[in-house]
Design a protein around this ligand. Structure first.
Ligand code: SAM
Length: 225
């Protein structure tokens, strides 16, 4: 059975999609999408040999070798134009790593109409990247599983405008203000306040003053919602 986190990612894959799951590890997500007849074809990309081999094993055991191509490659190098991939999923990494993968080979994205991204941390980097690269947020989900909070961001082609709050917190998530959302940001503000307290004791240097300013700004931003 798929985790709630990956099930949420899967729920945004359009029926009939040709997907590439980058950083697929065990290839659980592509196997699920093919088994459920959601995706037509899938590529599971992995840059590390161990996870690549476990993806190969998983796909072979599931008898899905004809539908899922497992490739040892860095990021979007797993995809070739002739694959006609229209949907990319990248889950379980930090926002900055996800963005660096997307930025490294932009030509591959030309045929892609949907990106389903699940950053473990720093989701705001993904929203900013979307804003700067002609993508608009179609939907966002925040969820908790095993005491961890995850965000899923779904992008499609288009223009959007986002305020600073919306980049940090997510426009849809901010609108919804779910229990999980409140929990996440209450905790973040507590952390920022703790850091602020500890640097109050430090000697003032220009970098400490800048950090203090940044933290005060973030705290005011989140407390103001
Ligand atoms: N996507 C799966 C999930 O969400 O459960 C696995 C997440 S796992 C924490 C992250 C995986 O991404 C690791 O297996 C790692 O080897 C892989 N990875 C990291 N950087 C990568 C890159 N540049 N290209 C392909 N895979 C990468």
């Amino acid at each position: 059975k798929l985790s709630k986190r990956l099930e949420t990612v899967a729920s945004f894959v359009p029926t009939g999609a040709i997907i590439a799951d980058i950083g697929s590890d065990h290839a659980y997500l592509p196997c699920y999408l093919i088994n459920k007849k959601i995706a037509k074809k899938a590529i599971a990309g992995e840059v590390v040999k161990g996870p690549f081999e476990s993806a190969v094993r998983q796909v072979r055991e599931a008898g899905l070798m004809h539908k899922i191509s497992v490739r040892l490659a860095d990021g979007l190098d797993a995809i070739d134009e002739s694959d006609k991939v229209d949907t990319i999923t990248i889950a379980g990494m930090g926002g900055p790593l996800i963005v660096s993968i997307l930025d490294k080979k932009p030509a591959v994205l030309q045929n892609v109409t949907r990106l389903i991204l699940q950053p473990n941390i720093h989701a705001k980097v993904i929203r900013q990247w979307g804003l700067d690269n002609g993508w608009a947020i179609l939907d966002e989900v925040i969820l908790e599983e095993d005491e961890k909070i995850y965000e899923v961001i779904v992008l499609q082609r288009g223009e959007m405008t986002l305020t600073e709050e919306e980049i940090l917190l997510g426009k849809y998530l901010l609108n919804e203000k779910s229990e999980t959302f409140i929990k996440k940001w209450t905790k973040e503000v507590e952390n920022w306040k703790r850091v602020l307290e500890s640097i109050e004791q430090a000697e003032s240097s220009s970098s400490i003053i800048a950090k203090r300013g940044e933290l005060l700004h973030l705290i005011a931003l989140v407390e103001g919602i």
